[in-house]
Design a protein around this ligand. Structure first.
Ligand SMILES: [Mg+2]
Length: 404
């Protein structure tokens, strides 16, 4: 067979390229194979647990409690390969029933379960941690977060890319805690001045006062800024229906948890009569709660939090159950440091149906003990590029904390 000069050059050229590629991969494959072997043998060698205490600038008030500091727990899972993962719990007793002391006790128990195990078998490890998630979801979340941090580091990818990679930045709201309407207006205006373009305010006290709060805040921010409200279980069913009807003129995007967490039929009754969409928050901890809420048609949206779900594994399950039921979600937070907020941001960035974010938990912290992690620019959160969570804890800060 005769071929033209042009055809000869084309085939010869391809041959050179493919030979070069083959050589590259022949060199790279053994390295990859040995790295994979090492990863497959990797074991959890040591787990450090710290009290992680961050003072607040001002006490934070909601309908069911007040926090004066973020008394958190930090977990560091160290493997025999030298890689480590970090996780944080932010116990908020009025919502999850946990305290720092109960989280520390749970963390000691979880440490016993995880020592010597394969850190990448996350689903298996979570199964072994078992029902601790019912009493101490925050403690479980800290370990789950640290395991996912490790997974991302092993894959050498930012976690959100590993989990779905839907977006790399998004907007968060800024929240005003409960206060006089005048002080809440001032707080909301301060948020707008700092560049935030979505506002959340706490309500759930006296319904008449709450209507006034919403009216005054809406008048202060103008008609175009999205305004969402959170009653934190503070109303009875009739109070919620009446208050939400009176708030209709103020264009409220949705209301979080108008009634008691355990009252799913009450939540449904409010939804049937409210002109404002309903988001389940305290009624939604675990994936099993999400199926119950869907079956009862009790809400329009879900608020997922790592601290309620016991971490990313369960949060992803909730988001995917929601996606299958055509429910869109928000990811919220307690008063985590930038470490916990970064983990939550990876979740938001990974999933299409997480369209709202309420990740301003450290805005009232006196110090930021975290290096790297998310960057917040005028209410837009940008995910970090580094592997895993993409952040670390400042060693100087950690030195001051008590190891358990
Ligand atoms: Mg809420």
């Amino acid at each position: 067979m005769k071929i033209s000069r042009q055809q000869f050059l084309k085939f010869f050229g391809l041959g050179v390229v493919s030979t070069a590629l083959a050589e590259k991969f022949t060199l790279a494959w053994p390295k990859l194979a040995s790295a994979r072997e090492e990863i497959n043998k990797m074991k959890i060698k040591k787990i450090e647990i710290f009290n992680f205490d961050i003072p607040l600038i001002e006490p934070f008030h909601i309908a069911i409690g007040t926090m004066t500091a973020a008394n958190d727990v930090l977990v560091k899972i160290i493997t025999d390969s030298g890689l480590y993962g970090l996780g944080e719990s932010c116990p908020f007793a009025p919502i999850t029933g946990e305290t720092q002391a109960s989280n520390i006790a749970a963390a000691r128990a979880i440490r016993e379960i995880l020592m010597g195990k394969d850190p990448l078998a996350i689903e298996l490890l979570m199964e072994q941690i078992g029902n601790i998630v019912h009493a101490n979801p925050g403690a479980v979340a800290a370990f789950d977060m640290a395991l996912y941090d490790l997974l991302g580091k092993v894959a050498n990818l930012p976690l959100y890319r590993l989990l779905g990679g839907y977006r790399s930045s998004f907007e968060t709201d800024i929240t005003s805690g409960l206060n006089t309407p005048e002080k809440m207006v001032a707080s909301v205006k301060d948020g707008l001045a700092r560049g935030y373009r979505q506002i959340k305010i706490k309500v759930g006290e006296d319904p008449d006062l709450d209507v006034r709060r919403v009216k005054m805040v809406r008048e202060a921010i103008g008609p175009d800024i999205p305004l969402r409200i959170d009653a934190n279980q503070g109303w009875s069913v009739p109070q919620a229906i009446s208050a939400l009807k009176r708030m209709e003129p103020f264009n409220v995007q949705f209301v979080e948890q108008p009634v008691l967490a355990s009252d799913i039929s009450g939540l449904k009754a409010v939804r049937q009569q409210s002109p404002i969409p309903i988001m389940a928050d305290e009624s939604l901890f675990l994936p099993s709660d999400s199926t119950k809420l869907i079956r009862e048609e009790a809400c329009d949206y879900f608020n997922i939090k790592l601290m309620k779900a016991g971490g990313l594994l369960n949060s992803l399950k909730i988001a995917q159950v929601a996606a299958a039921a055509n429910i869109q979600c928000m990811v919220g937070c307690m008063l985590e440091s930038k470490l916990g907020l970064t983990a939550a941001a990876h979740l938001v960035a990974s999933q299409k149906n997480i369209i709202f974010a309420d990740l301003d938990g450290n805005s009232e912290h006196q110090v930021d003990p975290v290096i790297g992690g998310i960057k917040v620019e005028k209410g837009t959160i940008h995910l970090p590029d580094g592997p895993g969570l993409g952040c670390d804890v400042d060693p100087a800060f950690l030195k001051k904390m008590r190891a358990v």
